[in-house]
Write a protein that binds this ligand. Structure first.
Ligand code: NAD
Length: 352
């Protein structure tokens, strides 16, 4: 467990509570170890990803991360900033090239979404985002030029990087409704043209999947306009970063989206949101995204579909019973804090 900063420790504690309850129900046993990451690690060791934290992750079967970063560490140079110097290297060092984000709209939350019921009802999307290539990892530089500076980022993708994420997405589509949207910007970017050609070629191996190519600007619009058309979306790193945040709005709150980063020996599970410093320490954070990330951990790292499914059902039950954290509060519901939502999920688990 890497609780991290801001609301991280509060939400990870709730996920651990739920995992422990699952352990009792399914006669499992988990061994938990904890290490500092992000700003919390800067405070104790001077670096956001200390060697000991990385090696603990590498020796574990799976990693559950809360969130990192906050205004207290924003002034640090980029090589010590929590997100740039901890999150990206951690993903890279664990070889986590794929980020899976289920965007599932819970019936009880339909009215919490800013979109109309008729548009979003039935939304159930899996976004597969490439995580270790593209702009965020390409060479970058800044240089002085007359009149100011010049900043350069490099967007690099290789055929093999696209193939491995592509195959994973086709296989995910085979296990779902068999529709795959590959999102790119092939009308402008060379890397996107390679992306599109590679996806097109891979399709020969997955004739049972319907493949659609979509430009990212259109995808942004379609997600809001007709989200039900999507089953699995596969896209490159930066497009995925933006589209997954946009997709989170469909579900009512970014506090509802869990994620799994897979590809290496040890997978990493984390909520899709950040450290929410504005509500940290106030028992107001929604822990459900982290609890749902723990469910993904049971599914992908521990191959325990039954336990994963039961957690997901327990979350739906708690929402149907009307329990809400502040950011998804609706008329007629009961507003509760972080810890009580965790307790209610544990109670619901015992009844399923
Ligand atoms: P954020 O996701 O932390 O917060 C955005 C808004 O959503 C805030 O109003 C916050 O209160 C709310 N929110 C987020 N999670 C919530 C939850 N579980 N329950 C209830 N409300 C929730 O994004 P931000 O404000 O842009 O970033 C804050 C810090 O988090 C920054 O330092 C940023 O770098 C960092 N960050 C970290 C990660 C990560 O660890 N993976 C991801 C994104 C941002």
């Amino acid at each position: 467990m890497l609780p991290g900063d801001g609301i991280g420790p509060e939400i990870v504690a709730e996920a651990v509570k739920v995992l422990q309850a699952c352990a009792e129900i399914f006669s499992l046993s988990f061994e938990f170890s904890e290490a500092p990451v992000g700003g919390a690690a800067v405070e104790v060791s001077g670096h956001p990803l200390p060697e000991e934290t990385l090696s603990l992750c590498q020796q574990s079967d799976a990693v559950l991360l809360g969130a990192i970063g906050g205004p207290r560490w924003d002034h640090l140079p980029v090589e010590r900033r929590p997100e740039a110097a901890a999150l990206l290297p951690l993903r890279k060092k664990l070889g986590l090239f794929a980020n899976l984000r289920p965007v599932l709209l819970y019936k009880a939350l339909i009215d919490a979404s800013p979109l109309k019921r008729g548009i979003i009802e039935g939304t159930d999307i899996l976004v597969v985002r490439e995580l270790t290539g593209g702009l965020y990892f390409g060479e970058k530089k800044r240089e002085k030029i007359p009149g100011g500076e010049r900043a350069v980022e490099t967007l690099v993708y290789t055929t093999s990087e696209i193939e491995r994420i592509g195959r994973l997405a086709f296989e995910a589509a085979q296990q779902r409704r068999g529709v795959l949207h590959s999102v790119d910007k092939a009308n402008v970017l060379e890397s996107s043209r390679l992306w599109r050609e590679t996806m097109h070629r891979l399709h020969d191996d997955y004739p049972d999947v319907q493949l659609h190519h979509m430009y990212v600007d259109n995808a942004a619009m379609q997600l809001i306009d007709q989200p039900r058309q999507f089953d699995v979306i596969v896209t490159e790193n930066m497009f995925g970063d933006i589209l997954t945040d946009q997709a989170s709005v469909l579900t009512g709150s970014i506090g509802m989206l869990g994620s799994a980063s897979i590809g290496g020996k040890v997978a990493l599970y984390e909520p899709a949101h950040g450290s929410a410093p504005d509500i940290a320490g106030q028992n107001r954070a929604n822990p459900l995204a982290t609890i749902l990330s723990a469910a993904l951990m049971l599914r992908y790292s521990f191959d325990h579909e039954a336990a994963a499914g039961v957690i997901e059902k327990a979350v739906a039950t708690v929402l149907e019973q009307g329990y809400r954290t502040a950011e998804i509060m609706q008329p007629g519901c009961r507003e509760v804090g972080t810890a009580e939502i965790g307790d209610q999920v544990v109670t619901a688990l015992a009844t399923l």
